[in-house]
Design a protein around this ligand. Structure first.
Ligand code: SF4
Length: 81
């Protein structure tokens, strides 16, 4: 499973931080940080999701009010949102 985080879309409400500890707060910039990710395109950060974190990652994606977090399954299908 894979997660993508769109920093430009993020409005810094930090619900994701409460759901999955891979997300932390950049309060100066009003954005979340996806720890351990690489910037794959401009403002798009991505990483693999460890199996034991899949549930937390899904909750983080579901709770984001602006859909800045996208989850893909192992076949590359978008499953959230
Ligand atoms: S919940 Fe969404 S908008 Fe809020 S900090 Fe996380 S990614 Fe950004």
């Amino acid at each position: 499973m894979r997660v993508e985080f769109d920093e430009d879309t993020c409005i810094g409400m930090y619900q994701c931080v409460a759901e999955w500890d891979a997300f932390s707060k950049d309060k100066d910039r009003g954005k979340a940080i996806l720890e351990g990710s690489e910037e794959e395109e401009d403002g798009i950060f991505a990483r693999e999701i460890p199996e034991d974190a899949e549930l937390d990652a899904k909750f983080a994606a579901r709770t984001c009010p602006v859909d800045a977090i996208t989850i893909y399954d192992d076949d590359g299908e978008q499953i959230i949102p």
